[in-house]
Design a protein around this ligand. Structure first.
Ligand code: 5GP
Ligand code: MN
Length: 346
């Protein structure tokens, strides 16, 4: 049950790689394990197996929790080096976009991507509604766990077996698939387990990955979860649950980037909860993470009420103040009104 990569598309990618010299790989803003895992895997493959110059460009902050994956990997962070990031995008002859469905998901890099003069532009992604007209070759399906999984099937179509891919690529792909499935809790397809089996057989140390991902948190993270779930969880009529981490809360519990990963899934463990929202207050907006159970569209909630989108059961977005709500304190009213309207429409 492998995700099907047609021979025609694999051949087309193969000939693109033969004709290219200088690739830029770009992933989405606030990169997560799947964005970084697929990005690192592709960069390693291009430089080690195909002899290309390849630069991985990320729009902004890397999660501290993924340092085990990113440390020592050359990449350009646009937040620290915007000139370097833009120049990598403007000077490449092959642009590869992964784990996002449109240039606008690259935050501050959107303009450089819009103006990118590369001859070939390849998309490898698993989100809904890919912006196909921005690319010359598209690998896109929502029927895989992750961009990392899809990239595995693409690379396997090119090389024939996992053993022919760089070990660092395999390790990064296993990491990205593991974080996007929340360690096999969601978005698991037959092809996902097949991929995992093949990577294990090829020697990927999954225990090492799981140890890094789930057993190296700070004490503050665990205590913050207890506080957020104990005193900041509200369940609205219709089974829409939310947790808000205000700026004040974040001062009390200084969490590092990436440390609240997984929190939004926990309220879904309650039988009466159908959808869970986690909101983090930033300088001029709330970032929201949304998860839902079957029949409840996290994607619709994100698109209609939070300027975002994503997958059917896992989505996200942003709510700006004063544009969308006059001030941050009004978030609770906004959530109550939004939940009522959302439930009414269903
Ligand atoms: P997370 O809640 O893990 O940050 O994001 C879950 C999914 O929601 C992501 O894979 C992505 O598809 C989508 N997503 C998260 N944040 C945004 C956003 O700001 N805009 C859009 N369009 N999608 C987002
Ligand atoms: Mn992903």
């Amino acid at each position: 049950m492998q995700a099907v990569i047609s021979k025609e598309k694999a051949d087309r990618l193969d000939s693109i790689l033969r004709c290219s010299r200088n690739a830029a790989i770009v992933v989405h803003t606030r990169p997560d394990g799947d964005a970084l895992g697929s990005g690192i895997a592709m960069r390693r493959y291009l430089s080690e197996k195909r002899g290309l110059q390849a630069t991985l460009v990320v729009p902004d902050t890397l999660p501290q929790t993924l340092r085990f994956l990113t440390d020592g990997e050359p990449l350009v962070n646009a937040e620290e080096d915007s000139a370097g990031a833009e120049s990598a995008i403007r000077s490449c002859d092959l642009l590869i976009v992964q784990d996002m469905n449109a240039f606008r998901r690259a935050g501050s890099l959107e303009k450089a991507l819009d103006e990118c003069p590369a001859r070939e532009k390849v998309l490898i992604d698993h989100h809904l509604n890919p912006q196909e007209d921005q690319f010359t070759l598209v690998f896109s399906t929502p029927d895989v766990s992750s961009a990392s999984e899809l990239l595995y099937w693409v690379l396997k179509a090119l090389e024939g077996s996992a053993e022919k891919l760089p070990a660092a690529s395999l390790y990064a792909l296993m990491t990205g698939m593991t974080t996007d499935t929340n360690n096999f809790a969601n978005s698991v397809f037959p092809s996902t387990l097949e991929m995992a089996g093949e990577l294990l057989a090829a020697g990927v140390d999954r225990n090492d990955i799981v140890g890094h991902l789930y057993q190296e948190f700070s004490e503050t993270r665990i205590r913050a979860f207890a506080a957020l779930l104990g005193s900041h969880l509200t369940i609205l009529p219709g089974g829409i649950a939310y947790i808000v981490a205000t700026r004040q809360f974040q001062k009390e519990y200084p969490l590092r980037e990436g440390e609240t990963e997984g929190l939004v899934n926990i309220p879904l463990g309650i039988g009466a909860v159908n959808m869970s929202l986690y909101l983090k207050e930033e300088k001029d907006h709330f970032h929201v993470s949304i998860r839902s159970k079957k029949g409840w569209s996290a994607n619709r909630m994100a698109m209609e009420y939070f300027n975002g989108g994503g997958h059917e059961l896992a989505a996200g977005g942003n709510l700006y103040f004063p544009r969308d709500i006059a001030s941050p304190e009004l978030i609770y009213d906004y959530l109550a009104a939004t939940a009522a309207r959302f439930v009414q429409k269903d």
